[in-house]
Each structure stands twice: as structure tokens, then as C-alpha cells.
Write a protein that binds this ligand. Structure first.
Ligand code: NDP
Ligand SMILES: CCCCCC/C=C/C(=O)O
Length: 498
């Protein structure tokens, strides 16, 4: 294993950004929290403090909601669709132009490898903006074939209102953009609540929205803890909550949102089976399976955390995944050669190591990893890439989301048995299928209970492709047409022209 820790790799623009006071963005102005509270954000690779950040409370949420309401009926609703398109495109261009600075700040705050952030997070964020920018001029109602004589009935597609976008720490910029871009396209105004671990990139996004010329109050950012998210969920002035995060909090959001009959969409966790048949390109499948779990230290809801392998090629797949794990370069995300960063926090480290420890009691073997790396990485929340074998289907590492660089590899014998086992999960977010038999690939894809199935690939994302889950992985979709439609509501208009 190569170890690389070079934390001091920030460019001037990122340094300047970090030197600025981190305040809330409300009504187009950066302001302190009403009670002047702050909290600290840390570098997960070193445990060192990065910045003090304004800690919003209910009064700040209320102010943000009022600004968003004013902007909704004011400047934002008065803009022609083509103007909305122009401003969203401008925001995309600004994100792209500031890619290096954004990636460095995001890497420091989240621990993710900076080079991946440029390509994946910033790339997907810009893509989400450009895709959404095409929609304002294409949102159309219908004329309705009603039976009553002399009646014209038509529909209008109108913005749902003020949106609360509650974002997790694993894709801070990207998840904010997956929610912000379509909401703006639909004509909504937005309050972004980033995760407490990674508040910085949402503030940059808010600043760039202003620079793009998006009117004040259309994009607001309230940083703080979970109570800020809850205040958004409870606030009667918020019409919709778009949430990505844990199943536990997702259920809370749905339940509390019901009190004000909020529109709610939930993108929650996954325990995603990545299925490798013996007739696949086995080495490519296994190498991709390693990437599917170790990428971003396994802290992705789509992580291929359960690899199911047809028995004749099981040993080969295990060997390749272990070899790929050994090639990873663990280190600080700001080092350009790092390919495996730390876990986000001490809590997340305890969660991941706890899963691995308990699995040993169930007879599961960690053939690779299973511990913290030592030496100069000691201060960070690093965890070695880990391969678990010998797990039966009932053990928790097979059933629960670990959200770390930990993969369980299991053999299977028959397709029917495989599908039943893969579907025997509360989650249903994503799955992979590797085979050269087209009929088998599509039959298995149809049988799997998952929101996305990748055939002979993994972790493909695009702003045009709906993303979301079945079962406990949530409901509603980010991205694609559905990603825009969830920010719209339908009004039917009747006219008697007799
Ligand atoms: N689907 C996914 O992509 C993600 C899944 N997860 C899963 O969740 C586990 C725990 O991660 P964790 O960070 O605790 O995830 P949470 O679900 O707690 O956090 C997600 C977001 O929800 C906010 N939040 C927390 N409590 C409330 C509430 N009562 N009402 C409204 N919003 C709230 C959080 O704010 P704050 O950060 O300030 O608490 C954060 O912005 C992970 O191990 C992983 O399994 C986590 C992140 C992303
Ligand atoms: C290549 C991975 C991109 C993932 C973007 C979507 C985020 C998913 C999540 O919430 O984990």
C-alpha cells in the first residue's frame, strides 16, 4: 500500500475562499446566524479544523423561507423561460470555470480525492445545470379532450413553490446541484441545507448563483445541524422537501412533512448487488467491482457493496478484487495521486469498523484490510479497503448499508436463487449484472427490484438518467424528466366559450 499525505496543496483561489467568513446566504446577502452561533468543520484526513461556519437556527430558516417566498412571486416568476435558461447556463459556466478551487475546497472538507472531484462531482454538477437549463422552454401543459360542449380545458404546469434541499456529506456539491438545477428550471426558489460535515461547497454554489445573475432570494443556503433540516421540513412556507441521506432520517422527513402535507422525495441508502456471471469478461467485471465499492471510500449510496459471483469464477473474482484493493493509494484527498481518501468522520469510522468487527463473530473473514492503516495516517479517519468472504445471507454486512470501503463477496449457483437472494433486501437502489448473454442480462435486469441496473458497467450517471430507489431506498427521482416534474404541479383551467 502506498501512503501519501500532502495536505498543503491548496491553490490561491481556494485559500482566499477559505479565508473568508462562512456565513448564511439569505435573500442575496451573506449574514451571520441570528444568534451569531457558529460550528466547526474539519479535514477528515487530519482531524484539523478548516473553518468556523455560521450555525443557523429556526429564526434563520424562517428568514430564508420568507426571502424564497418573496423571490418566488417576485423576480423569479416574472422572468421569461428563456431567461431562466440563460441564468442556469451561466451558473453552469461559472461552476466549470471555478472547478479547481471548488474541487480543492470540497476535497479538504470531504476527504475525497481532488482529481476525482473535478471529473465526477464538478462534471456531474455542470451536467445537471446544463441539462436542466434546457427545460424551462419545454415545460408544457395540455389541452384536454373534455366531454362537456363549449368548454375549453387546459393544464398549466406551475412551480411547486419553495423547495428545501437537504443534502448529505458524500456528494455535497453534486447533490445540491441535482436538486437545485431542476428546481430552478421548474421556476421554484430553493433553500439548500448542506450536511454539517461538508458545508463549504454549498456556500460557494450560492455565491456563484448570485454572480450568475440569479435574483436575490432564489437560492438560499442555511448551514448547521439536523435541526435546520427539521425546521425546513416543519415550515409551512416550504412546499417541497428533496432529501438525500439515511433511511432513518428519510422516514422522519416523510412523517414530519405530512403535518404540512409537503411534497417529499427521498433518495436513501442501498445495499447494491453487483452480479458477476461466469460467462462475463471476468477480469473486467471484477476490476470494476473493486472500483464500484472502493471509489470514494465506499461512501456512495450506489456502492456495489455485495458482489455475487457464479461459483466457477468466484476464486478468480476474489483474487482480482483483492489485487485492485492493494493498488489503491491511501492518502490526503488533495494529493493528486490519492485514490482512496478517509471516511468522513469519527462516527462513520466507528460505524464501518463496528460492522467489520461484528462480522468476525459471525464467521466472516476479512481476506484483505479490516482495520485502520497506521503511521502517518493515524490522525485521519482512514480505513483499509476490505474484502469479506464466508458470509451467509442473514449476517448484517450482507443486509445493511455499511457506507465504507467494505465489500462482501458471495458465490451463487442458479439464476433463480440468485435473483431471490439479491432481492431479499429492504433496499432497492441499484444493481450490476455482468454477462455476455444478452437475454440473461435483460431477464435479470427486469427481475431485480432496483431503481437502476447497470449491465456490463457500473456507476454510470447522467443528468438525463433518472436516479432513485425502490423500497426503502426511497421514492421520487433526481435527474431526467422526472427530476424536473417533481418540482411542478398541475393546474387545470376550464373556460366556457358558449
Ligand atoms: N443516500 C445517501 O447518499 C446517503 C446515505 N447516508 C447513510 O446514512 C448514514 C448516516 O449518515 P448521516 O450523515 O447521519 O445521514 P443523515 O441522514 O443524518 O444526514 C443527511 C442530511 O439530513 C440532515 N438531517 C439530519 N437530521 C435531520 C432531520 N431530523 N430533519 C431533516 N434533516 C435532517 C443532515 O444534517 P446534519 O448533517 O447537519 O445532521 C444532512 O444534511 C450513513 O452511514 C449512510 O449509511 C448518508 C449520507 C448519504
Ligand atoms: C460516480 C458516482 C456519482 C454519484 C452521484 C450520485 C450520488 C449518489 C449518492 O448519493 O451517493
Amino acid at each position: 500500500m502506498n501512503i501519501a499525505v500532502k495536505p498543503d496543496l491548496l491553490g490561491n483561489e481556494a485559500r482566499a475562499q477559505l479565508a473568508r467568513k462562512s456565513q448564511l446566504l439569505i435573500g442575496g446577502r451573506f449574514v451571520d446566524a441570528a444568534d451569531a452561533s457558529t460550528f466547526e468543520t474539519f479535514d477528515p484526513a487530519t482531524g484539523r479544523k478548516i473553518a468556523d461556519v455560521a450555525k443557523a437556527g429556526a429564526a434563520d430558516v424562517d428568514a430564508a423561507v420568507k426571502s424564497a417566498q418573496l423571490a418566488l412571486v417576485g423576480p423569479w416568476s416574472k422572468l421569461a423561460p428563456a431567461e431562466r435558461e440563460r441564468l442556469i447556463r451561466k451558473l453552469a459556466d461559472l461552476i466549470e470555470a471555478r472547478m479547481d478551487m471548488i474541487a480543492q475546497v470540497e476535497s479538504l472538507d470531504s476527504g475525497k480525492p481532488v482529481e476525482y472531484i473535478k471529473f465526477v462531482d464538478v462534471g456531474l454538477s455542470v451536467g445537471a445545470m446544463r441539462y436542466a437549463a434546457g427545460w424551462p422552454t419545454k415545460i408544457e401543459g395540455d389541452t384536454l379532450p373534455v366531454g362537456a360542449p363549449n368548454m375549453l380545458a387546459y393544464t398549466r404546469r406551475e412551480p411547486v413553490g419553495v423547495v428545501g434541499a437537504i443534502v448529505p456529506w458524500n456528494f455535497p456539491l453534486c447533490q445540491a446541484c441535482f436538486k437545485l438545477a431542476p428546481a430552478l428550471a421548474a421556476g421554484c426558489t430553493v433553500i439548500i441545507k448542506p450536511a454539517e460535515q461538508t458545508p463549504l461547497s454549498a456556500l460557494i454554489l450560492g455565491e456563484l448563483a448570485l454572480e450568475a445573475g440569479i435574483p436575490e432570494g432564489v437560492v438560499n443556503v442555511v448551514t448547521g445541524y439536523g435541526d435546520v433540516g427539521q425546521a425546513l421540513v416543519d415550515h409551512p412556507g416550504v412546499s417541497k422537501i428533496s432529501f438525500t441521506g439515511s433511511e432513518e432520517v428519510g422516514k422522519l422527513v416523510a412523517a414530519r412533512g405530512a403535518a404540512t402535507l409537503k411534497h417529499v422525495s427521498l433518495e436513501l441508502g442501498g445495499k447494491n448487488p453487483n452480479i458477476i456471471f461466469a460467462d462475463s469478461d471476468v477480469d473486467a467485471a471484477a476490476a470494476t467491482a473493486a472500483m464500484a465499492i472502493f471509489f470514494y471510500t465506499g461512501q456512495i449510496c450506489s456502492a456495489g457493496s455485495r458482489v455475487m459471483v457464479e461459483r466457477p469464477v468466484y476464486d478468480r473474482v476474489c483474487a482480482v478484487i483483492q489485487a485492485e484493493a492493494g493498488k489503491l493509494k491511501i492518502g490526503h484527498g488533495l494529493s493528486s495521486d490519492t485514490t482512496l481518501g478517509p471516511l468522513i468522520s469519527a462516527e462513520q469510522f466507528a460505524r464501518v469498523s463496528g460492522f467489520v468487527e461484528r462480522s468476525r463473530d459471525s464467521g466472516v473473514e476479512a481476506t484483505t484490510g479490516g482495520a485502520k492503516p497506521g503511521g502517518e495516517l493515524e490522525a485521519g479517519h482512514f480505513f483499509l479497503p476490505t474484502v469479506l468472504t464466508g458470509a451467509t445471507d442473514d449476517v448484517e454486512v450482507v443486509r445493511q448499508e455499511i457506507f465504507g470501503p467494505v465489500v462482501v463477496v458471495q458465490p451463487f449457483d442458479e439464476v433463480d436463487e440468485l435473483v431471490d437472494r439479491a432481492n431479499a433486501s429492504n433496499f432497492g437502489l441499484a444493481a450490476g449484472v455482468w454477462t455476455q448473454d444478452v437475454r440473461k442480462a435483460h431477464a435479470v435486469a427486469a427481475a431485480l427490484k432496483a431503481g437502476t441496473v447497470w449491465i456490463n458497467t457500473y456507476n454510470q450517471f447522467d443528468a438525463a438518467a433518472p436516479w432513485g430507489g425502490f423500497k426503502s431506498s426511497g421514492y421520487g427521482r433526481d435527474n431526467g424528466r422526472e427530476g424536473v416534474e417533481k418540482y411542478l404541479q398541475t393546474k387545470t383551467v376550464w373556460t366556457n366559450y358558449a
